[in-house]
Each structure stands twice: as C-alpha cells, then as structure tokens.
Ligand binder design. Sequence first.
Ligand code: GUN
Length: 293
Amino acid sequence: MSAQLIDGKLIAQKIRQDAADRTQKLRARGIQPCLAVVLVGEDPASVSYVTAKERALEEAGMASQDIRLPQETSEIELLTIIDKLNQDPQVHGILVQLPLPKHINEDRIITAIEPAKDVDGFHPVSVGNMVLGRPGFLPCTPHGVLVLLRELSIPTNGAHAVMVGRSNIVGKPLANLLTRRDINATVTVCHTGTRDLADHCRRADILIAAAGRPGLITADMVRPGAAVIDVGVNRVEDPAAKKGYRLVGDVDFEGVKEVASFITPVPGGVGPMTIAMLIQNVVQAAEHRLQGV
Ligand code: GUN
C-alpha cells in the first residue's frame, strides 16, 4: 500500500471534543443544545445513521428529541410536527433523516424547517447562503470532507478536484465549496451521464466519489499520487459477515490504495466526519440563539 490511510474517526473525535467543551459552557449558563431527530419509516440504513447521531449527541452532553414515525405518516402530519419543532424554544436544531417515503415531498419538508434550525444545511436559504459565501449552516458531509483535506494538509490551492456525483446532499454543495477562495480548487463535476468518466477522473489531484455505486472508481482511473475521498456508503451482500452484508464505498479500495497518495476507508473515513460536523452545527445553533443571531 502506498497511500496514507485517512483516519476520519480520529479527526472527528477532535471536533466532537471541541463541541462537547462548548456544550459544557452553554450548560453552565442553563442551556442544553438539543437536536430533534425525525425518522419516518424503518429503513435499516436510516435507523443506523439516526442511532449513531443520537449517540454522538449524548456523548457531547447534548439532548435529542427522538421522533420516530410510521412509514404511512402523511406529509401534512410531518409538516405539523416540523411546525411545532420550529416553535419549540427547547429545540435548537431539526434533522429529518432522508430519504423520506415516496408519498412525502422531500423538498416541501426541507423548506418547512426554520433556517435557524437547519443544522443539515439543506434548506434553500442555507444553500443560498453557502453559495454566496454568507454565514449559515454548511451541509455536514461536504463540510466534513473540507475539514479532512485541511487537517491532512492536502493542497487544494489551484488543484484540480473531480467530483463524481451531483446529489443535493453531497455533490452539488461540495463542488461549490471547493471553489471558495480559501480552498481555491478548480472543479470538474461528473455524474452518471458523463462520457469518458475515467479520463476526467485521471486528471484529478483530488478525486471525490459520491455516486452511490460500489467499486465505481478503479485504480486505472486514479492518477498516481492523487488524494481519493470516498463518500459512498453501499451495503453489499456478504454471507460471511455477521449481518449478512458489509459496507463498501464507491472506490475499489484494494486497487486504488496502491496508486493514491491519500485514501479514506469505508467505514471510518468520511462517515464519522458527517456526524462530527452535525454535532458542531447543533452547538453553533444553540450559541447563536444565546447571542440572538
Ligand atoms: N441521509 C443521508 N445523509 C443525510 C444527512 O446528512 N442528513 C439527513 N437528514 N439525511 C441524510
């Protein structure tokens, strides 16, 4: 293996400790940061994400309001719950775990969340603020990737970053953030309709995969010495594994680790950073309320 393994857990732990310290200061003033976590249905991946988020909140000394709703919950019912959470002064942040069941319009739900409580950074106001470089919550996974690059001193100034994926949650915001002046990368965005994907990827100094396709990025698509960030989380069947499946990213780890300079593992790379950035956003939401921002 030639690539340095990026330990997302270790970097995430530092951020979570910082958030825990800030939480202590708030609690000394009688405020406990609180995130409302809303999960509709029982999608196993979503259940495990939500559980991990709630555990991290508790560990940081924060409170969570766990709201689990049946799959059949109507859009109106969900909107009513969000409205209550928007009004509730005890609640600093609201997270509605995605994806939502098909009969609920995701866009309408996200837009109903009060932007001051939008710790996911998905509300159109948050997205607009991000694009304009104004203060606001940054989406957790893209922000986590930026922090990984910074912590590992991976050069971004003038570097060519290739973003594979264009989702609202990862690809779109991350491509945008990478062009910020303090990061200063040149960005190519690729997606399922991209012709000659391998050619684009080979031109990357920083290759970021967030397409949701196991093994999409193979060693021949990576320039020797490139930094490879794998945002993919895919469950693949594995009868030998205890749960009957294992988690893999979008990158063929075994092959690519021989070519890249840095590589994130799955699990243990970007995933822990997403949770850490969420925790940071929740404490920030509580601090802002105190400061009247
Ligand atoms: N589903 C996958 N990633 C996320 C996330 O960061 N936040 C929410 N709310 N749902 C998700």
